[in-house]
Structure formats: C-alpha cells, structure tokens
Write a protein of this length. Sequence first.
Length: 806
Amino acid sequence: MSEVQVVIIGGGVMGVSLLYHLTKAGWSDVVLLEKNDLTHGSTWHAAGLCTHFAHNPTIQELRATSVRLYRDILPEETGQTTGFHACGAMRITANPDRMDEFSHVAGLSRFTGYELRLLSIDEIAELHPLARTDGLIGGIYEPDDGHVDPTLATNAMAAMARSRGGEIRRHTPVTGISWESDRWRIETATGAIRALNVVNAAGTWGWEIGRMMGIEIPSVPILHQYLVTDRIEAVAGYGARTGRELPIIRDPEESWYVRQEGDGLILGPYEKEALPWSIDGVPPEFGAELLPADLDRVEPIIEAAMARIPALGTGGIKSVVNRPITFSPDANPLIGPVHGLANAWLLTGSSMGVMEGGSAGWLLAHWMTHGAPPIDAQAVDPRRFGTWADRDFRIAKATECFGLQFGVHYPFEERPAGRGKRLSPLNDRLAARGAVFGAAHGWERPNWFAERPGMRAIPSFRRTNWFQPVAREVACVTERVGLADFSVFSKFRVSGPGTQAFLDRLGANRPPKPGRIALTHALTPAGGVAAEFTVARLSGESAYLTSAAAGEEMDMDLLAAHAKGFDVELANITEDIGAIGVMGPRARDMLGRLGTADLTNGAFPWLSVREVTIARQRLTALRISYVGELGWELHAPATTLPALFDALIDAGDEFGVGLFGAYAINSMRLEKGFRAWGADLTTERSPIEAGLAAFVKTNQRSFRGAKELIRRTASNDQWEMVLLDLDSRASDPFHGHAVKHGGRPVGIVTSGGWGHRVGRALALAYLRTPGLRDGLSVEVLGQDCPATVLEAPPFDPENSRLRSDG
Ligand SMILES: Cc1cc2nc3c(=O)[nH]c(=O)nc-3n(C[C@H](O)[C@H](O)[C@H](O)COP(=O)(O)OP(=O)(O)OC[C@H]3O[C@@H](n4cnc5c(N)ncnc54)[C@H](O)[C@@H]3O)c2cc1C
C-alpha cells in the first residue's frame, strides 16, 4: 500500500489549486484523487466570473489573489493562456441603501489596494452602452474584474503541479476513509493509500466525502442556471467599434449578472426562492452533465434583465446551463482544519469557487505547511460552524444565502433563517423582557432590549432604531446596575497536576496565581493571535478558561493540541455552565442583598475569582468587567441559572437594575479600548501590534510563537493598533473603513461604534506605519472624517471604576 504526505480528494479548481500550491511550497509527496476527469464537477460549467467586490478583507484578498494567479502568474509559468478576459465589471442600483453598501466596499478597497470606484449614471452609460440607465441612482466599478476559463486555469495549475512532482490519479473514486492509529487510510477502486493528511476538496460531493470522514459538512447543493445567447449584433458592433469587450454588469436589486461571451451574452439570474438539490446525497455517478433547463423559475428575472439590456432580447438562446452550486450557511467557503480530527482538512463548500479557488489552495497550503493561515481565516474556517449546524440549519441558511446572493449586506445584519439552534437557559426570560436577539455561533444572544413589544432592528449603514435603547442600557450600567447574559461564552476546564505548566506554555502571559484572573493570548507559530483566553485560576491544579463564543471549536482544538505532554484533563463545558454579568456601581450593594459573600475590595479584589454563595447557589464569581465598571461575572450550572436570574432581578429592583445586550457592551468596551477577539485580534497581528504589551511576558518563558513575536517586535515590519476619536457625520463607524493619512490609505478600522458614556464616535484601527498621529482621517461611507488618536481610553483611563476604590 502506498503512503504519502497528503491525499487531496477532488480534481476541481479547488483541489488542483491546493496541489499546485503545496508543490510550489515544496511538498511534492501529494496525490490528488479524482473520480472522473479533472474539472468534471462544478468547475466544468462555471461562468468563470472573477470579482474583487467583497465586504470582508479576507474574501477580497482571496478574490484578488485568484485574479493575479489566472491573469499573470499561470500564463507566465506555463506560457499558455487561462482564458482570462480583463473586461472589468460594474454593479448598478436604484436603491439608496445599496449606494451606502457600494461606498463602504469602495472604502474597504482603498485599504486592500484593489480599488473600486463609485459610478455616476453618465459613467454607467459610457462604460456599458447597451444598458439603459432609467431609474438608476448609481453604481460601482470594479476595473480589475474579469472572467476566466475555469478548465484552462485548472489544467494550467495541474500541469505546473505535475512538473513539481505532484501526482494526479484520474478515474480513481474514493470509496471510504478511516483513521488507522496515526494515518488516514483512503480506499479507492484501485486500492488503499495511507496518508498523513487528508483533504476533502470534493465540491458538490463534499458532504458525501465528509460522511466518509465521519463529519457532517454544512453545505448544500443549490441549482443555478445561466443562459448563453447567440450572436447579438449590438455586442458584435460594440467590439468592432471599440476593440474592447463589454464589462460584466450586475443588477443586485433585480438579481442578475450579464457578461459577454464571444459576440453574444451570458445572463445569470439568481432567484429569491432557491431550489436545493440532492441534499442527502449527490449520486456518486453524477459527473459533468447538466440538468434540464427550467427557465419558468427565473422568467421574471430574465424579463427584468432584458428591460435593462434590451439587446439581450435580440439574440436567441444558444444553451442553458443548469447545475448545482454548493452553498455554505454564510456563502463563504469552508477552508481549514476539521474540528476534533487530526490532519483532516476541508477545501469545499464554495459557491464562488472559481474566483476563490485559485487563492483557496494558496491559503490552505500555507496553513498546512506553516501551521497557520497567511491571512485572517475566520471568515472561511470550517469551525465557525459547530455540531449545532445540523441538517435543518444548513438547508435553511444555504437557501437563504442563495436568495440573498445579491442582498444588501448591512453591518450588524441578523438574518432570520436557521435561528434558535442554541438557547441560553435565560432565553425565555430575556425574550419576555424585550430582548432583540442576534445569532452568535448558533446561540440566540440579546443584541439590545426593545422598549415596545414588536420592535425589530431596522438594518442600515447609518444610525438606526436601536441607538436610543442602547443609550438607555449604557446609562443603566453606568449609573446603577445592569445584568447581561454571558452564557454564550466558550468555557473550558483544565485540571490536574500539570495545570501550572500547561498554563505557563499556553500563551504570551504568565498564568495567574490561584484565586486570580489573567488574560492570555495563544499565538500562531508566526506570533499572531490565535486565541484569547480569560484564565481564572481556581486552585493550583485547576483553572477555568473562557473565550469568545465564535472560538469554541477553534479554541478547543488549540487547547487539545497544546495539552499533549501535560498531565491535565481538559473539558469543553460551554453548554454545562451559564453566566450572568452583574455590572455597574451598585453591583456590590445589590449582590450584598443575596447572601453573605464578602465582596469588598479586601476580600474580593478586581481580577480575582472566588467560589461564593449568592442567592443560595454555590457558584464561581469572576471579578472582571469588559464594560469598565465595578462588576462580577457569575458562572453557575446552566440548570440553576434561571433561579439565579430571578433572584438578581428581585434584589435589583430597589437599585434600578436593567438588562443590557451585546451592542451596549460593544459601545462600552470601545470606550475602554478593550480589544475584541475575531475583529481586533486575529492571526495576522501580534499582541504587541494590538497594543497588548502588558499581557506579553517573554522573559525566560517558552510558548508557541514566542521567538517570532520577539523577532517581529524588533523588526521594522510592525503595525500599530490605535483607538481613534472620529468626527464622523455620515454614520457611526463599524469595521472595514480605510484609515488615511494625507489622503493615502494607511490602515483599517477593525471595529467601531458610538461611545455613549463619552459622547464620541470611536474606532479601533491598525496603522501600517506606527506612530502616525497628525492628519489622520477615516473614510466612512465615502466621507473622510478627521480622526484623532487617543493615547488613553476616553472613559476612566485610571480604571478607578473597575477597582471601585474611588
Ligand atoms: C452554473 C454555474 C455557474 C457558476 N459560475 C461561477 C462563476 O461565474 N464564478 C465562480 O467563482 N464560481 C461559479 N460557479 C461555482 C463554481 O463552479 C464552484 O464553486 C467551483 O467550481 C467549485 O470547485 P470545487 O473544486 O470545489 O468543486 P468541483 O468542481 O465540483 O470539483 C469536485 C471534484 O471532486 C470530484 N469527486 C467527487 N467525489 C469524489 C470521490 N468520491 N472520489 C474522487 N473524486 C471525487 C468530482 O468528480 C469533482 O471533479 C458556478 C457554478 C455553476 C454550477
């Protein structure tokens, strides 16, 4: 039986891209298994569109990297074309909210360097003379977009990979996968292969291969069609006149794209009512064939497209392509490690696999060869979905995503499908008190509390209807006392004789002494922040770790890998334990009504942990506060949390207790300059760059990433995180805004909002050049807003409210 370093299953654009990039990185002991011929899955029929339009810097980087590969690198390496047409693209709209979205994405592109620009009606008419402009209010131009021949591009990557020693076995279906002590065993029709790493790149069949690996992959095939027209005189005439190809054009409101194909056009409609296909198993014999056309389903969209581009109606339909596209629950691909399995990787679930495929292979190859991704991978890491992402969830979300393929992507948007997968023990009580919930890693988590029944968040890029309710929640926490449900936190228990050593090597900070709490950041080998743990040291031999809800599977994998070699037991107790935050100047008085626990500074100082009895319940109380007020987090068994909550509400009556949600927390933590993992803290930046030097102790310590952290810190290649005070008139900042200096992009906002206690718009941002101070601005929805670096947090910089000794 042969034995190799990596087996890749699937020879579409994604799998071949990985083979290409692994061999480029020097891993040549790699075999790709394809049941049919290369590209005989979705890749064969893709329309080949490649865009730079994306709301997330990672996705924008992936798309741009694919274009560079197809347009420049592969033709240069192979001397052959990939069929890339650099025709540019535009999106048009009649919707003012959409113009806000365009402005936001254009601002982000200023930072990433893949610049998109807004279009006037006249410019739309000039760039696309076949499109009518009546009713439109503007658009956005994507000058570097184009379309590629997916088969040529895949074959070019395959040729290069083979030339570097990579092996491709065509007509070799994988029939089974199992784990044999230290290797994966991959069964094929022609025998088994043992491999250190297995990669599922089976696209449309990703779910089936996932089952062989023993996992449920949250992706669903959904049918998509496009039409190819015969020759259209107006298209041919445009080419003859200008020598150019028409730009790709999309009308997101009407939900279609149109691109030139020869002297005709391709029209791709995205219907609002998606049609899932073969959810519980794509037939293994299904290959490159097409499904029958079903144009009735998309007729209204075709009519709308013809109304906008009348020339479309002048060419007959040459062919209709109808095939499944896989959609994940958030329409981003699944690229990265499988939770809980050693050396098992996903490279699948992509609905935009051509424009993301070339770069997806690059991202995963780097991850496999360097132990961490080259850019922040949270948007694509498969572990953003846990086991709660069940069959109902994946169908509901994939269907919703397809229907909203062209929807406006609002900041703070909460979509309705697939909700209620994980409920806090307090869910009913919070709902009865007006909680407006958002989804956080499957949980329902209150974002804010409505004053009137039936109030719902109105999505917008600008200040919207939850602004005042959040202001009142913040006032309650600042002036009196507020309760928040923290049950969504990820929670882990570490115990055993090796606890001290385990904690000492976990991250950049020293472990706290028994009874104390410390923040520590586990790093990537390159010194970036992989995870942030709040470590509460219960005793010499046990610790209680909490982290962000979204990190649950990633953090558990990290802890489990780290635990090897230490005499500790590790448990994910996220669902067993619930937590309530009691925050505000009256917190101590209020808790004092519920028992005899000594909550004075002498007995229970800031940053300490105690087992106490409150409301007749034995629980773990952590004296920490992410909102910068006197406060405790009360962590108790989930089953007892409702009784604790009721007792707190009763006792809080005389102190004016209220409830607060995630939006109020965001406002208050920004005023303290507290970083948020996932937004401000990512694998791309070190804790030093994030301004967290106080939590980095390298002296005589050894932890993953330490050497690189020291090297990076000593080098000139450093970023700097700053807290900005913005004079923003257009909108409160959120994320993804370009920071400029003298008009030049120099950084990016990673999170932002309105600081209700200080009455200022605040943003945390990374600057590419540390030390920039004068002349900074932030582009918010197309407006350059003057920005000042705050050298200290604007709210209580001395932490006197946290210490409560003032
Ligand atoms: C009509 C249509 C239009 C599209 N237009 C665009 C577009 O314009 N731009 C864009 O970016 N994307 C587009 N897409 C999406 C794009 O085609 C896919 O996202 C992309 O091709 C996915 O590539 P992949 O390698 O993940 O999967 P696939 O191309 O499906 O490849 C998976 C491979 O795995 C193989 N395989 C499966 N099971 C086994 C097994 N048991 N053993 C061995 N091998 C196996 C299959 O034979 C197949 O070759 C379109 C899709 C469709 C259907």
